[in-house]
Design a protein around this ligand. Structure first.
Ligand code: EPZ
Length: 422
């Protein structure tokens, strides 16, 4: 295992390029199972999660080649319809192979993903959605077995649940619907940019999807899909993470290139309200630390609301912002593993009922801390940027799951961060 050692107090400046979106790449890689022809997907970030998805596709019988950010996939001969536990347990997003496998082979055996540190990760909405096509599901030995002997029949399918919409659930149903008989209408669909990116890829393959990005998506089933080439959208959460790095440690300002600012409005709005200087152009955003930073009251919501994947990073900013800030996560109420670690660094954070009450302190102090989930771990790196002393962050494999070379990008901006054997 490896650790990061971050030297606190270095001011950031300069510019970096943001990578392609992890959360867009994963369902798009899975969607390549829907055709026998070749698909080429560009700007796939080289992170553990996309590599796990590639392993799952290869395990199913797909031929996959990766050359830097470009992934070429040919699923002509699938030898299996099973996504096994030893791969699925490493990455919950493997569940988004269900829809394509069911559509392609009328069967899917996918291990239950289990929970993770950000909370329970049920898939009841996925199963309810896929059963809407006439599929039958049963859980045995921790594996979900889905069958649709008579093929999938288009239907009206409601995807909303008690915690709101489901991103990967919407993806699964949309992918299955592309090859279903007749028309499917998804109501209560997720509106995230990653859902739109997937729909664009599927339409390039010959699907007939309209309404992606709205709560109502209409899919007209077709006989078969062909190969396609696609470049995934920029990673809005990586971009948001670096925006917070600038808000914490860059009085002069940093510039993020190759971003889609329209996907980050909820984040840039809050940072501007907190006093940061934020300059937006077509494909880049410049941010500088506020001269008089103020806190905020944030509630996470489905897109276009404030993203749950950015709440840990905001806690890192508010930990040293004068006054009191409130961060409430309505999507993953347990997603506060970062709070306990930041308190080890001297933060004044109280968490209860899915809400963090943060009283800003003058400065955090370096302490050995432990990464837990992807975004909580990135938040600890952010907190370390202005902490007094050198902060050691262990288990950085959590960060490598979803951030492409985060240490190299921070060093390019002037940070001192070492990757060392733990
Ligand atoms: C996607 O996960 C993202 N992952 C997550 O990012 C992100 O936090 C999440 O959407 C919410 O935006 C990928 O895209 C690979 P959900 P997903 O289904 O689709 C409940 C990261 O850090 N729910 O939208 O799995 C669920 O418990 C990751 O990059 C059900 O109740 O999340 C949660 O409360 C972490 N039943 C809410 O819905 C279901 O069947 C939203 O979950 C499915 C979900």
């Amino acid at each position: 295992m490896e650790k990061f050692v971050v030297q606190g107090g270095k001011e950031l400046s300069g510019s970096i390029n943001i990578s392609g979106s992890k959360n867009s790449s994963l369902p798009i890689l899975a969607a390549s199972l829907l055709t026998r022809e070749t698909c080429v997907i560009r700007r796939v970030p080289d992170v553990a999660d996309t590599n796990y998805m590639i392993q799952i596709l290869q395990n199913l019988g797909a031929e996959v080649e990766r050359a830097s950010g470009n992934v070429t996939i040919r699923s002509e001969k699938l030898r299996s319809h099973e996504a096994p536990y030893d791969l699925v347990r490493k990455m919950r997003a493997s569940v988004c192979t269900m829809g394509p496998l069911l559509a392609r082979r009328n069967r899917a055996d996918v291990s239950m993903p289990g929970g993770c540190v950000i909370g329970d990760r049920p898939i009841d909405l996925h199963l309810r959605g896929l059963e809407g096509f006439g599929a039958v599901s049963r859980v045995e030995g921790g594996t979900v077995h889905l069958e649709a002997h008579d093929g999938l029949k288009g239907a009206e399918i409601n995807m909303s649940g008690k915690h709101g919409v489901t991103v990967l659930g919407t993806d699964n149903v949309m992918m299955a619907a592309t090859l279903a008989q007749g028309t499917t209408v998804i109501v209560g669909a997720a509106c995230e940019p990653e859902v739109v990116d997937l729909a664009n890829f599927l339409n390039a393959m010959g699907a007939k999807i309209s309404g992606a990005g709205t709560p109502r998506i209409v899919i007209e089933g077709v006989e078969e899909l062909g190969g396609a080439e696609h470049t995934v959208i920029p990673d809005r959460i990586e971009a948001g993470t670096f925006l917070v790095a600038g808000a914490i440690a860059s009085p002069k300002g940093i510039t993020l290139n190759r971003v889609a600012p329209e996907h980050l409005i909820a984040v840039t709005d809050v940072l501007q309200r907190c006093g940061c200087t934020v300059e937006i152009s077509e494909h880049s955003i410049r941010i500088a630390r506020a001269e008089n930073p103020t806190g905020a009251h944030i509630i996470t919501e489905p897109y276009p609301g404030f993203p749950t994947d950015m709440q840990a990073q905001m806690c890192a900013l508010f930990a040293t912002t004068p006054g009191t800030s409130v961060v409430r996560d309505t999507i993953f109420p347990q997603r506060f593993m970062h709070a306990a670690e930041m308190k080890r660094m001297g933060a004044d954070i109280e968490v209860s009922d899915g809400t963090a009450l943060i009283h800003g302190v003058e400065q955090l102090s370096a302490a050995p801390v432990m990464a837990s989930d992807l975004r909580a771990s990135a938040a600890l790196v952010l907190a370390a940027l202005t902490a007094k002393g050198d902060t050691e962050i262990s288990r950085v494999y959590h960060i490598d799951r979803g951030y492409e070379h985060i240490d190299e990008k921070l060093m390019a901006l002037g940070a001192t961060i070492q990757r060392l054997p733990a």
